[in-house]
Design a binder for this molecule. Sequence first.
Ligand code: ATP
Ligand code: MG
Length: 381
Amino acid sequence: METPFVFGKLANEHNFTDRKEETKQLIENFNSLANTILISPRRWGKSSLVQKVSREAEAIKKDLRFCFLDVYNVKTEEQFYQHLAAEVLKISATKMENLLEYAGKFMGRFLPKLSFSPDYQNDISLSLDWKEVKKQPDDILNMAEKLASEKGWKIIICIDEFQNISTFEDPLAFQKKLRSHWQKHQNVAYCLYGSKRHMLLDVFTNPSMPFYKFGNLMFLEKIKRDDWISFICQRFDETKKQIDKKSAGLIADLTECHPYYVQQLAQQSWLRSVKKCSRDIVIEAHQGIINQLSMFFQMKTDELANSQINFLKAIIDGVEQLSSKETLRNYDIGTSANVLKVRKALENKEIIDVVGAKISVLDPMYKNWLVNNYFQKNKQF
Ligand SMILES: Nc1ncnc2c1ncn2[C@@H]1O[C@H](COP(=O)(O)OP(=O)(O)OP(=O)(O)O)[C@@H](O)[C@H]1O
Ligand SMILES: [Mg+2]
């Protein structure tokens, strides 16, 4: 039997829970062609949410089209243009002949050579002189707008892992190019999302940056404990197994409501339950996941400097005055200037999240492993 929980894949349909407020907000943004910037730590459900809302929005509004780009593996500006052009072309036509026609029409003076996979919608490869495009990217950056006005469509371009553009050669110049074109678009809106809160906040809220006030900022929260409890109970029920509310609550608590881990722990608990899931089964499944991840956690910790590990220990101990002399001494973190450096490094590695004065370890399983394995064994901590 198929398990009723998914992780590592986008959550959809039965596997998707809650997010009612965010869904409403996103649909409003899409319908009014307002740009959206969606930020949350990794694995909290950004991609699942945008995909799911896009399907709903398309079903309601027939002239709406979505175009998805994941720039996780995109390393250069040239690759970005290539990707963008291919994705916009893909939605332009359902027939190969039209696709060729549109390629000529919308890509202006760059006469592209196209090659297709057999089901040409899934894989289009465009050969162009990308260096030339980089010099004058107007046609490519305005392609979606041209297509939308020609077809009478509204297009939403969704760009996942948007933080990646900061690794391009000259990110600022690139952002200027994007912004100067995109802000003129009347029939296209952008939904940009990613996980590096600080980098993204800098791009979108710093007055000296090109994307300042580009759109509505949304911070995706975790899904609430009560929602998880009803979701878990319902999924067990639908597959003729049972779990009581307390054990479902324990799944949410042990994973701190982290969407990916809730699904993983729920799945492991479900697999271990012949008919009825109990507290003991959940605890055993939780330990199983930590054991499975322990090698990875060990490697991740080996890559950290001592001061970074000590800083994590201080956070986990609930220390609030991280720069006080006492903390620096007790936890051997170095100087107070060092605290800032350590904090930044851990944030960049997406190990901690800093929201105002609150600092938290992002991965609840890693935190648990540090407390019960690593810090236990390394008693100097
Ligand atoms: N609304 C939801 N309902 C149920 N489970 C969810 C939901 N959203 C996310 N999840 C769970 O969390 C996992 C991660 O979701 P998703 O890939 O959408 O997150 P993400 O924020 O895009 O992650 P990343 O930053 O790594 O790209 C999914 O595989 C699923 O198990
Ligand atoms: Mg994602």
